[in-house]
Design a protein around this ligand. Structure first.
Ligand code: GLV
Ligand code: GLV
Length: 339
């Protein structure tokens, strides 16, 4: 019988078609895009599966891996971020495979993800969110619609421009570079970045200078967070960072909400410590509508849509399916996380 796959969401058709037409697997899926699979259902459905195709709303932790059992060979996530996967737990699970010569070999669970295919979409959205925030577009449309547009006014709805600005990137990877490439034509004066170590290769492409976290906070007129969420980056954007930023600075986050201490951000925004923030990601998601950040005019919140273009979501779905099939065939995945 064919290897069994559980797909935790009704993903775009591209990936399902690849799974179906491969003839290589039988799969079952949580047949909704509107609600995530309930945890109980997930724990039931993963029993005995050979592979799991998941999205970022599913925590793939010890409990899920225990429920899946020793058949599980592949976890393929339709996302670039993988903080929802417990890599430590995945690493621990060595799979006993009997080769035809009755030799026992150990191989860990293979893990796929979907970088690169979403870089353009995320960079575009980040630029859109940045301009929306810096030029106060949400406030402006609201004013126009609700009678606030009394007359053309000289300082009304003024914001900040990219021309002649310093843009700071926290975590320079593919996405940070793509953002900088798109912002450069807006006549940005200088790009700076920080990371755990300099990334000279990437930095050269955008002529960005490596600085300390302190300098990043002090110099940036726009600070874009583009790093992965790890134990090291958890809440690095906190009181300490915001207090060093300029009162005229704009903070943008399209990575993961967990990188930010939201209480500290609220404080910085409401006290005028920084000018504004644009967030595509929060903790939790969805952010409750009663959250204080929603009361702030200088905070633009999007519901985690950075990669949400039809073409990119289709490509992510296809890549996640292809990674999964390659992993089951014990071939190198197109995009694999080495445990
Ligand atoms: C989206 O946040 C992703 O990780 O793909
Ligand atoms: C604005 O519309 C101007 O004419 O300055």
């Amino acid at each position: 019988t064919l290897p069994r796959v559980y797909v935790t969401r009704q993903i775009p058709p591209e990936g399902l078609k690849i799974l179906r037409e491969s003839g290589q697997v039988q799969f079952e899926l949580w047949d909704s895009d509107d609600v995530p699979v309930p945890r109980k259902e997930l724990l039931q459905k993963v029993k005995g599966v050979d592979a799991l195709l998941c999205v970022l709303t599913e925590k793939i932790d010890k409990e899920v891996l225990d429920a899946a059992g020793p058949n599980l060979k592949v976890v393929s996530t339709m996302s670039v971020g993988f903080d929802h996967l417990s890599l430590e737990e995945l690493k621990k699970r060595l799979l006993l495979l009997i080769l035809h010569l009755c030799v026992f070999v150990h191989e860990g669970i293979r893990v796929g993800y979907t970088p690169d295919v979403l870089t353009d979409a995320v960079a575009e959205l980040t630029v859109a969110l940045l301009l929306t925030t810096s030029r106060r577009l949400i406030e402006a449309t609201h004013e126009a619609k609700t009678g606030g547009w009394g007359t053309w006014r000289t300082l009304w709805l003024c914001g900040y421009e990219l021309a002649d600005s310093t843009v700071g990137i926290l975590g320079l990877g593919r996405i940070g570079v793509a953002i900088a490439e798109r912002l450069a034509p807006f006549k940005v004066k200088k790009f700076i970045y920080t990371d755990v170590a300099p990334r000279p290769e990437l930095a050269r492409a955008i002529n960005a200078e490596y600085v300390s976290m302190d300098e990043l906070a002090k110099q940036s007129d726009f600070l874009a967070v583009c790093c992965a969420l790890t134990p090291e980056t958890k809440e690095v954007c906190n009181k300490n960072l915001f207090s060093k930023m300029k009162k005229t600075s704009i903070f943008i986050n399209t990575s993961r909400g967990g990188v930010v201490n939201q209480d500290d951000l609220y404080e910085a925004l409401s006290s005028g410590q920084i000018a504004a923030a644009g967030l595509d990601v929060t903790v939790p998601e969805p952010l409750p509508t009663s959250h204080p950040l929603f009361t702030l005019k200088n905070c633009v919140i999007l519901p985690h849509i950075a990669s949400a273009s039809y073409s990119t979501r289709g490509a992510m779905s296809a890549l996640a399916a292809n990674n999964l099939l390659l992993g089951l065939r014990r071939e190198p995945m197109i995009k694999e996380i080495k445990l």
